[in-house]
Write a protein that binds this ligand. Sequence first.
Ligand code: SF4
Length: 313
Amino acid sequence: MTGPPTSSRPPTPFGHLSREAPDRAPDRAPDRAPDRRALCRLRRAPYVLVVDPYSGCDLGCVLCSAPLRVFPRPGLALSRFLARHAKRVRGGWARIGRACDAYPLAEDSYGATRAILEELASAGLGVEIFTRSRRVLRDLDLLRSLAKRDAVRVTVKIPPAPRAVTVALEPGATPAPDRFALVAELARLGIPAGVEATPVMPGFGDDRRSLGHLICAADEAGARYVRVTPLRLEARVRPQLLVRLAELDTQGAERVLRCFGRRPWSPRFAERVETTAQSLRTLYRVPGEPTLPTPALPSRRDFPTQLALFGAA
Ligand code: SF4
């Protein structure tokens, strides 16, 4: 655990802020075997490439299906992949952090996300980073150099649920109020940032008032877009999530079950959430998606060693 107690910290527009993300042990059940999925995959627009630098996440969110044990994926595989698909991916956008957060605690030791960020930037790609952690600020130098050619977006994931619920469900992530401060800091430093409101769960922040608060706070912090993503109730995390929700609210698990039944996804709930979010975004004039222009190619001075990969002059 790091940082002074919450009560002694100065208040901000987003509540009390801590300086560091908590370093506590994940409060999530059983570890699983390492994930053997590929480091990256080709995709169609808006991302030509999706990259997960780690094969798990040690931030320990209750509703996460990523393994708790974290292994960095080999950078060499990405170099080869980019060399093979250079023509297809160059000038497009890559997403870092899909199955797993881009900045788990393990990034402090391995630095895999930083290495991948350098690799993608030198290959002339734009990069959108998805995270719940302030650790993204460790790579400020790279983010700044990418921002100069309009080739970076940082999407900070924040749940619209009450603070107590967020703390219980995402114990290892940067506290939610600090994530708004992170967006504000990125915006102040000239790094385009946005918010993804996720997960939106029945009875835990899915009402118009809660979503409105989140969109307003994101807008005040300088977010350029606010996505809203409803809960996906994967079978692997269903029992532990329902138990935790029942502890937090006697009706909590029941509400979720009524909405989802045995399915992982409720189209009706998703539609209701998206309709509410869209009307709020229209009201507050906040876009739902980032603009992803074709990024300008990097100069030799920015990334001198990597350009040889593609035979660039
Ligand atoms: S930060 Fe994301 S990937 Fe990491 S445990 Fe939480 S939900 Fe899973």
